[in-house]
Design a protein. Structure first.
Length: 193
């Protein structure tokens, strides 16, 4: 699978999310999804096409902020907080610090979206919340493989770990596809939750 195809797939997911505006459950939910996928596309531009880990990880942090706020609007305070932390990490050129911020955001993202999946007081149908959470779990599995793949660059570990590279894409592409359709009104009966 070529790099151009992988990036084009993520761009297609972003486009699918954009056009889901016309058949979404909630315009606010849709807006946070599209924002998250826009940051994802931007991050992949730097990571996949230019191998720029510093900027790519920095941009990816904001994708997770969008998905956290999508599930819990009370987390808006994360925007300036993460912006400040990311600025400091980029200013210092610290990929390790950015990776720590990113990992913390991802853990919060999974927790908040697990709680969102269980929330019975939301207008977002359970099927959509399940798509979000499943997409994020696949995304997490992708990132575990990204971590393992990149360990030899930063630590003295066996380079044979890089053989897991295909697993990154096996988890990542479906994760983005599930997220891309997660705002769609998939069932006509809104009472199903």
């Amino acid at each position: 699978m070529t790099i151009a195809f992988k990036f084009a797939f993520v761009a297609m997911c972003f486009f699918i999310a954009l056009i889901s505006f016309f058949r979404c459950n909630s315009k606010k939910d849709w807006a946070w999804l599209v924002s998250g996928l826009a940051f994802t596309l931007g991050a992949d531009y730097f990571l996949v096409l230019h191998n720029n880990h510093l900027v790519g990880i920095a941009v990816f942090c904001f994708a997770h902020v969008c998905y956290i706020i999508r599930a819990d609007k009370r987390k808006l305070f994360l925007i300036p907080l993460v912006a400040g932390l990311v600025f400091i990490a980029v200013w210092n050129g610290s990929v390790i610090m950015l990776a720590g911020i990113y990992a913390a955001l991802f853990l919060v993202n999974l927790y908040v979206n697990f709680k969102f999946l269980q929330n019975k007081k939301t207008s977002i149908p359970k099927l959509n919340r399940a798509l979000i959470f499943t997409g994020l779990c696949l995304f997490a599995l992708c990132d575990v493989n990204v971590l393992i793949f990149n360990l030899p660059q930063y630590f003295n570990v066996d380079e044979s770990l890089q053989a897991i590279f295909p697993l990154i894409w096996i988890f990542y592409l479906p994760s983005q596809a599930l997220l891309a359709i997660s705002a769609l009104r998939l069932l006509d009966d809104k009472n199903i939750s």
